[in-house]
Design a protein around this ligand. Structure first.
Ligand code: CU
Length: 654
């Protein structure tokens, strides 16, 4: 059965009986809402005493917050059956969690220079496999154990900070302390669990949220500032900001054990497509669904902020929108396109049966250009305009959008070749949502560039205004907002190769020929050094992610040696698909923390990046961001150490 059919006509059975009230709700469009902001208590300390004031003591400014990890019973929309599926999944719960969309974590919005005390309360039931696990560390286990990773943050990776080498077992609470340095870049980051053995099952349940570092720093002659200033509304100009967390919540239905010792198994038909029976409640109990092709066979849809096919409300023609987008899914790549809908406007969600017809016949109007301003949270040196933005798991893109006129627009995840897709199968287009745009009072005449120039006149300090405006006029440059300097060539090299050893039994998920081993340090890096890394993949494509320090893309060479990361590159090495792969085009020189390492038709690309190990020492990890690969061993321990006087690693004493 083709991928197309398995995705779009299955499951054949209804998960729940559709009632009259369900049907009524089904015809209502569900608005896209930003995830709720996590409540943060600031100024948690008592006011300074007189003696402290006299001594010149500063007011301590810590912020505190709380997450609970719990099972949540709720529902998710299923376009295959045009009904709500009942589900019971692990989730983060914050003080303001939306009970109608509980499977996205609340957004954490913090500022450079803040100390965050973040308490994670694991309220999941006891799990013996967290204590004793016989099958080996690279067999998924401890599904109710968790921890926290602040993906993309440049903070201490050790101790009680961004330390993913700890397990917070059921009933345990732990208070993290994140010291976000005052010179931390502002941008769109995210958070998710990272406990080796249960990362994928938790993230695929919807346990992920946006982590926004809000910038308020003016650019000066000596340092760059935050682009957030340029996107600040003023008396005669509004910017609309949307946070969009894309997730792939891959629930299924399981058999009920009939005798002691029997395990529930994922219900699938002969082709591996998920099936459910009336009254079933969707769950994720194991890793059975996470293999190649598993996402399309699940029949699930990428959700945005916990909603399937939401309607984006409050959009106005001519208004600049800032989209902060996070790929927090596990098993599908996203090729984001925004296209004017022609013909009849939609009144509500689209059934899977009607979806392909809609995409082919009606989502055919003008493409809305996406003006990229940041990659993986880091502001770009100039605004890049593109028709498609490619997200692999872990990626973030910030774009500016401006809808030219009123009407509806299709937000589409476009088709991709197997080599460009996490699912390792060619993907069909999918409708992610609809933007409902109101007409503006008059005709839209200004461009994004003109709007930013207008904003600079209000929002940028007078001494830097001309410099910022000159930049914008010279090809939409953002030089005064870029957080990192270009890294120079370096003799220090690192090599890394992903592989799946399918001849081994069980299959081994490896980096440099070895599956993950706790306690083994796979790379020792030297604080302050700049290294050039060459990343390759022997089997299948994998998104590389390293914690703490981001990297700058130097080149991406296809198997023939052609650089496909330039602005005008055409990546057409993979001849199994007729159109070129857009994902590397323009990445040269950009800073990222997660990057696709492509293998097409059995041949590896060479992904070359440079990074500098700044400020932080300690042990942390790099890994494949297909998180079930990570849980099964595609991860390395990395240590950043102090240099010694002769350029090697300084050895301390314990
Ligand atoms: Cu992988």
């Amino acid at each position: 059965m083709s991928d197309f059919i398995s995705r779009h006509i299955l499951p054949l059975t209804l998960l729940v009986t559709v009632t009259a009230s369900d049907a009524a709700v089904a015809t209502q469009p569900r608005p896209l809402q930003d995830p709720p902001l996590l409540e943060i208590k600031r100024a948690i300390h008592a006011p300074l005493t007189k003696a402290q004031q006299q001594a010149g003591a500063p007011q301590p400014d810590e912020a505190s917050l709380n997450w609970d990890v719990v099972f949540t019973r709720s529902q998710l929309w299923n376009p295959n059956t045009s009904s709500w599926d009942q589900v019971n999944l692990r989730s983060y719960r914050g003080s303001k969690t939306d009970t109608n969309a509980p499977f996205v974590a609340p957004t954490l919005r913090v500022f450079p220079g803040e100390t965050i005390r973040a308490t994670l309360n694991n309220k999941l039931p006891a799990d013996p496999s967290c204590v004793s696990h016989q099958k080996g560390v690279n067999v998924p286990h401890c599904f109710n154990g968790t921890n926290m990773h602040t993906h993309g943050l440049w903070i201490n990776p050790a101790g009680n900070s961004d330390n993913v080498l700890i397990s917070i077992d059921p009933t345990v609470s732990f208070q993290y302390e994140y010291n976000i340095p005052a010179d931390h870049p502002a941008g769109t980051f995210w958070y998710h669990p990272h406990r080796h053995g249960s990362t994928a099952i938790q993230v695929a349940s919807g346990m992920a949220g946006a982590l926004i570092i809000q910038g308020t720093r003016q650019p000066t002659k000596d340092r760059t500032g935050d682009i957030d200033l340029l996107l600040t509304s003023s008396a005669n100009q509004t910017f609309k900001e949307r946070t969009m967390v894309f997730q792939q919540i891959q629930y299924g239905c399981y058999t009920k054990p009939t005798k002691p010792g029997e395990k529930p198994t994922l219900k699938m038909d002969a082709n591996g497509a998920y099936i459910c029976d009336p009254g079933d409640v969707g769950e994720i109990l194991d890793y059975a669904g996470f293999g190649p092709g598993g996402w399309s066979k699940s029949g699930r849809y990428t959700s945005i902020n916990g909603a399937v096919q939401p309607f984006f409300a409050d959009a106005k023609a001519g208004q600049v929108e800032h989209w902060r987008m996070v790929h927090a899914g596990v098993r599908d790549s996203i090729n984001l396109k925004v296209v004017k809908l022609t013909g009849q406007p939609l009144q509500g969600p689209v059934s899977a049966a009607d979806e392909q017809k809609l995409l082919q016949k009606s989502c055919t109007g003008a493409l809305v250009p996406q003006h990229q301003i940041a990659a993986d949270g880091l502001t770009l040196s100039e605004i890049d305009s593109t028709e498609v933005t490619v997200f692999q798991p872990g990626y973030r893109w910030d774009t500016l959008m401006m809808f030219p006129d009123g009407g509806q627009y299709c937000v589409i995840d476009d088709a991709a070749a197997a080599s460009a897709n996490v699912d390792q199968t060619p993907s069909e287009p999918q409708l992610l949502g609809i933007v409902q745009v109101e007409n503006s009072a008059g005709p839209v005449i200004s461009t994004i560039g003109q709007q930013l120039i207008q904003s600079a006149k209000v929002n940028i300090s007078p001494d830097m205004q001309n410099a910022v405006i000159n930049d914008l006029q010279a090809g939409l440059k953002l030089s005064h907002f870029v957080p990192h300097q270009d890294l120079p060539d370096t003799p220090n090299k690192q090599q890394l190769e992903f592989n799946i050893d399918t001849k081994a039994s069980p299959v081994r998920f490896e980096i440099d020929g070895e599956p993950y081993q706790p306690g083994r340090i796979d790379r020792e890096l030297i604080l302050g050094h700049t290294d050039e890394w060459t990343l390759t993949s022997k089997l299948a494509s994998h998104p590389f992610h390293i914690h703490v320090n981001p990297f700058q893309v130097v080149a991406v060479l296809d198997p023939n040696g052609k650089d496909v990361s330039t602005d005008d590159a055409v990546d057409d090495y993979d001849t199994t698909k007729k159109f070129p792969d857009p994902q590397y085009r323009g990445l040269k020189g950009k800073w990222k923390d997660t990057l696709w390492v492509k293998n097409a038709m059995g041949q590896s690309y060479k992904v070359i990046v440079r990074t500098q190990y700044q400020r932080y020492i300690g042990d942390f990890v790099l890994h494949c961001h297909i998180l079930d690969h990570e849980d099964q061993g595609m991860m390395q321990n990395v240590r950043i150490s102090l240099p010694n006087a002769s350029g090697g690693v300084s050895k301390g004493h314990h």
